[in-house]
Write a protein that binds this ligand. Structure first.
Ligand code: GLC
Length: 429
């Protein structure tokens, strides 16, 4: 596939998964609207149709909860092909949604959309509404997921991380009690081979956590302290901090000084607190298990994402770049979600080894902010190598480039457009 074929294929995938005002990640496996999928998809949509890109995020925000949370799934239409559906979540929303959230890339994406839009009054008003929504969401994070005011927010469910079955969660998840799990039937393994999906052990605990929160009527003032799973992820927090900085810059330009200072204050506190997650042993950031109080022995890609927030000249930048270069040396198809040297690595199983283009994109963004164009380009090339060999899949084996998970995948296609249009790759006619 040459670059023009890739671009055409990516555009085709965005249009077949487009439901008019939101996009499904892929037909069958994920038939609803997912939070961070939609935001990242808007980046690809914008080069086809600017208005459509803004609509994608407006649709998501229309389902923001009263307390500020933006849910991880919006169930716009009935579909039996996915578990757990609205009948299991029972969040009581007018349009059903899940009851947990996902990585807050919205702020980061809004800044890009704004910079690439005609900056007229209509776009300005749209953008102001969306940054106000993102600001409420971010305030919710620190209020409900950091009640002790440590400066770092916790995930209460592995699905919130967006890296569902990462090795990062193994120890914390094993401690979740499963004695009251209701009988359930998985649907994901009807669409994708079970060897590429989470295990039953993990699913039992995903469902147990969901039931715990449902029993508390999804009251976010209670969930954090009651949750048997509380993990602080450096990648998630870095995304939140980066998005807050983006909000602060946008709010400055859009004449919302109070919003700008609130976002900047949150980001500054988060940046300082992030340093408590540095692991000298792994030469990168790692998760903290807030329940046990210990750092997690897992050098996943989440711990490289603080590249998004470290300022030029920060003492840990070189170490993170070395880790990335090494990862590409041993696994040239994108950035492995977990190092192949670790005995727990599984190159085909979802977030336990495979590479994902959206994570590559976030790393590239961080590297570009830090003037490391050479390494950013290396990751762009590693990402496009996956597409060239295997098309737009959900994820890839990082050593062989094998296509894994769902096919014709929306956010992968959106990232292809992003890389080809905005990251220095020339599209040959
Ligand atoms: C999986 C991924 C998650 C994504 C969702 C829809 O659950 O782990 O990050 O948002 O699929 O693509």
């Amino acid at each position: 596939m040459n670059t023009l074929d890739m671009l055409q294929e990516a555009n085709r995938i965005l249009s077949i998964n487009d439901k008019g005002h939101y996009t499904v990640p892929t037909q069958g496996l994920y038939p609803f609207q997912w939070n961070w999928d939609s935001c990242l998809t808007a980046l690809g949509q914008q080069s086809l149709n600017n208005d459509r890109a803004w609509i994608e995020i407006e649709t998501l925000v229309a389902h923001q909860w009263d307390d500020g949370m933006v849910p991880h799934i919006v169930f716009h239409e009935h579909d039996d092909g996915y578990f757990p559906g609205p009948d299991v979540w029972r969040t009581g929303r007018p349009t059903p949604t899940s009851g947990i959230t996902q990585p807050p890339v919205m702020g980061l994406v809004l800044e890009q959309l704004w910079q690439r839009s005609p900056q007229d009054e209509t776009t300005r008003q749209r953008c102001v509404k969306l940054i106000e929504a993102a600001d409420r969401w971010h305030a919710w994070f620190y209020r409900c997921r950091d009640p002790q005011q440590t400066g770092l927010v916790a995930l209460l469910h592995p699905w919130e991380s967006g890296r569902d079955n990462s090795i990062d969660w193994d120890a914390a998840l094993a401690a979740v009690p499963v004695d009251h799990v209701e009988p359930y039937e998985r649907r994901d393994t009807l669409h994708v081979d079970a060897s590429q999906r989470p295990t039953k052990f993990e699913y039992d605990r995903y469902v147990a956590l969901l039931q715990t929160f449902r029993d508390l009527n999804w009251d976010n003032s209670k969930l954090h302290d009651a949750s048997p799973f509380q993990v602080v992820d450096p990648g998630f927090n870095a995304i939140l901090i980066h998005s807050d900085r983006a909000l602060a810059r946008l709010a400055g330009q859009l004449d919302r000084p109070e919003l700008a200072s609130a976002a900047q204050r949150r980001a500054d506190r988060g940046t300082t607190a992030l340093e408590t997650l540095w692991s000298a042993e792994h030469s990168q950031y790692v998760c903290l298990n807030r329940k046990s109080g210990g750092l997690v022995d897992s050098a996943s890609v989440g711990g490289l994402l603080p590249l998004l927030v470290l300022p030029d000249g920060h003492p840990h930048l070189n170490a993170l770049c070395r880790r990335l270069n090494h990862s590409l040396d041993v696994a040239p198809f994108g950035v492995a979600s977990h190092p192949p040297e670790d005995s727990r690595f599984d190159g085909r199983r979802y977030w336990r080894g495979p590479s994902w283009l959206i994570v590559n994109y976030l790393l590239i963004k961080g590297l570009q902010d830090n003037n490391n164009a050479a390494l950013a380009e290396r990751i762009v090339n590693a990402s496009l190598r996956c597409i060239e060999q295997s098309g737009c899949s959900e994820y890839y084996h990082p050593i062989t480039g094998e296509a894994l998970g769902g096919g014709t995948f929306t956010w992968t296609a959106a990232m292809v457009i992003e890389f080809l249009q905005h990251h220095g790759v020339s599209v040959a006619a």
